[in-house]
Design a protein around this ligand. Structure first.
Ligand code: SAH
Length: 243
């Protein structure tokens, strides 16, 4: 269901881009717009560029943190024009459309887009399961924000229409943990690693980032995450008995 797909715009500074993004969404059948700390008003310019998609702006949810935007999503994809210092699982726009169409048939999905000037921060990018990059001209690869929303939303629509055609297909529906459950797991993991002195609190290094990347790649299912939490709890108990 396309209603399960959230378009999350982070720190947008031009209201016109929000309007154009709303229009881009509506023509592709998407309706859920979330604005994280927008740096502009939802003014006339936004509504003018939205054209007939003003309802998407009116219904947009404005939040002050990314966590709020992502917490109920089982899949988070960040759209980025370039790969950063930390390599991350990448999707082609087409694959992205397919994954989003499949997952949104049973749970909420976020497609995240960055600021006009600076894109998404590394911190924000590390909250994603995947990054998607539109393979544009390498010498001039940065699309206007709303056009990036258009391109990715189009792929989601195409994949959604394909799935509608093949309704009889029997995908196994896997239950994945929600973003907030994953974050709790990471907190637990870090705590145990500090308690057992695998890493030091003062100088944690890159271990947590690398482990986040590992788990993003592996995508533990809800049940698997429960097992991992159980392992951590048993380590904690054992450790406190010994010390
Ligand atoms: N100068 C910024 C570009 C920001 S463009 C940077 O280098 O990151 C605003 C947003 O549009 C980006 O954060 C990204 O979400 C999206 N975007 C622009 N070009 C893109 C591309 N080629 N592939 C994927 N996303 C893109």
């Amino acid at each position: 269901m396309l209603d399960n797909v959230k378009i999350v715009l982070v720190g947008t500074s031009h209201s016109g881009n929000i309007g154009s993004a709303a229009r881009a969404m509506k023509v592709m059948g998407l309706s859920q717009l979330v604005l994280v700390e927008p740096q502009c008003e939802l003014d006339e310019q936004a509504f003018a560029l939205a054209s007939g998609a003003g309802d998407i702006i009116e219904n947009a949810v404005i939040v002050s943190s990314l966590e709020e935007a992502l917490s109920d999503c089982t899949l988070v994809v960040g759209s980025s024009a370039r790969s950063r210092t930390l390599e991350w699982p990448m999707l082609e726009p087409r694959e992205c459309g397919e994954k989003v169409a499949l997952e949104s048939s049973h749970s909420k999905v976020a497609l995240m887009f960055g600021r006009e000037r600076t894109g998404l921060t590394n911190d924000e990018l590390q909250k994603c399961h995947y990054h998607v990059c539109i393979p544009a001209n390498p010498e001039y690869s940065s699309l206007n924000l709303a056009m990036a929303v258009q391109t990715i939303s189009y792929e989601v629509r195409i994949a959604h229409l394909d799935r509608e055609k093949q309704k009889y297909s029997n995908d196994v529906e896997t239950e994945y943990p929600r973003h907030k459950e994953l974050e709790l797991f990471y907190q637990h993991l870090e705590k145990v690693m500090i308690e057992t002195q695998f890493i030091s609190k003062e100088q944690p290094g890159q271990v947590m980032n690398k482990l986040r990347r590992l788990f993003s790649r592996a995508r533990p299912e809800a049940q698997e995450l429960n097992i991992l939490r159980g392992v951590l709890t048993s380590v904690e108990k054992h450790h406190s008995l010994k010390s």
